[in-house]
Ligand binder design. Structure first.
Ligand code: PBG
Length: 339
């Protein structure tokens, strides 16, 4: 009786109902997180050229958008800030009147049930566009033994600790450090607890790769590195074992949730992290993953909806519990209409 002609896998693919019944993975609205880019001003909605369908929003517009997203049933937003002023240590990041604290406060006032996640990094706020303090004479923590241009690890930790407390006090429910700075989880947890913010969660960008797929984001957040790239702190795309090590360290330091980024080119990493750790796992479907599909769809070369949903399904199948995606809003409509 073994095998063909008795066994025919196609029997279960004959109709839509059969396919739906035996489907192993479906994408849920509850797992999708929508990124928002916030800038100063009022009534501002400034389209992001490299990411069709997305715009930098002023706080009032971001509140309206947050209300719409919550209305659709989406659980969370991830906030990025475009500051008024950039300097060597990214001061606006830890200014209580800074753009993300303002947005976090306003969104929590308007839509308390919506989870506000703050992307915690210095790169949008520094004049050189790097994710922390850069070694040069005069900068706090200057290291004469290191070359100029080196990202100072421990001095950067102090900035992240300070900014995390400010963002959490303004209302952020979750701090998501994205700079791949050694010790960032331990430092931020200690600072939050020290300020009495024991219930502010940490979602760690635990395995974040130095990736060309972030290209369109640099336009969205106005944060391209002024010199060099981020390979001295973000991970080398060739490394998988190192991702497990990075994740293990963050778990030990007290991360509540983990993240792998980018998503589609790193499904093996998502799968390995899922198999080895039991914390909730997010994957970030980054700007390049979105914009490539948009661009090809504009030319009529692929079907945006189909490819977007197939990607989200693949990322979920690989093991991600949550997906940060620029298609969050569209996906709700597509899912309601049957996927
Ligand atoms: C900040 C940060 C980046 C992204 C998320 N947080 C940029 C980078 O690391 O260069 C990328 C997001 C995207 O491409 O959608 N460190």
């Amino acid at each position: 009786m073994a095998g063909y002609p008795h066994i025919r896998p196609r029997r279960l693919r004959r109709t839509d109902a059969l396919r739906r019944m035996v489907r192993e993975t479906t994408v849920r609205v509850d797992q999708l997180i929508a990124p928002l880019f916030i800038r100063h001003g009022t009534g501002v909605s400034r389209p992001i050229g490299s990411m069709p369908g997305h715009a930098q929003l002023s706080v009032d517009r971001a509140v309206r958008e947050a209300e719409a997203l919550a209305e659709l049933g989406l659980p969370a937003v991830l906030l990025f800030g475009i500051p008024n002023h950039k300097d060597a240590c990214g001061s606006e990041n830890f200014d209580p009147e800074g753009i993300v604290p303002q947005a976090a406060y306003a969104i929590k006032q308007a839509v308390p049930q919506l989870i506000v996640i703050s992307d915690m990094c210095c790169c949008e706020y520094t004049d050189h566009g790097h994710c922390g303090l850069i070694n040069q004479p005069g900068v706090p923590g200057y290291d004469e033994h290191e070359s100029e241009g080196y990202l100072l690890n421990d001095a950067t930790l102090e900035l992240l600790a300070k900014a995390s407390v400010v963002h959490a006090q303004a209302g952020a429910d979750v701090i998501a450090p994205s700079g791949m700075i050694d010790g960032m989880i331990h430092t931020i947890r200690t600072a939050l607890d020290g300020a009495g913010l024991i219930n502010t969660a940490i979602m760690s960008y635990a395995a974040k790769y130095a990736s060309g797929f972030y290209g369109p984001f640099r336009d969205a957040a106005e944060s391209p590195p002024g010199f060099g790239d981020r390979s001295q702190y973000q991970m080398d795309p060739g490394n998988a074992r190192e991702a497990l090590r990075e994740v293990r360290l963050d778990v030990e330091e007290g991360a509540d949730m983990l993240m792998v980024k980018p998503a589609l080119a790193y499904l093996d990493i998502i799968s390995k992290v899922r198999a080895n750790f039991d914390l909730p796992l997010a994957a970030y479907q980054v700007s390049g993953e979105y914009s490539m599909v948009k661009a090809a769809a504009e030319r009529g070369w692929i079907d945006e909806r189909r490819v977007a949903m197939e990607s989200l399904t693949s990322i979920t199948r690989a093991g991600a519990d949550m997906i940060i995606t620029y298609w969050a809003k569209d996906a709700v409509g597509w899912l309601r209409a049957g996927g």
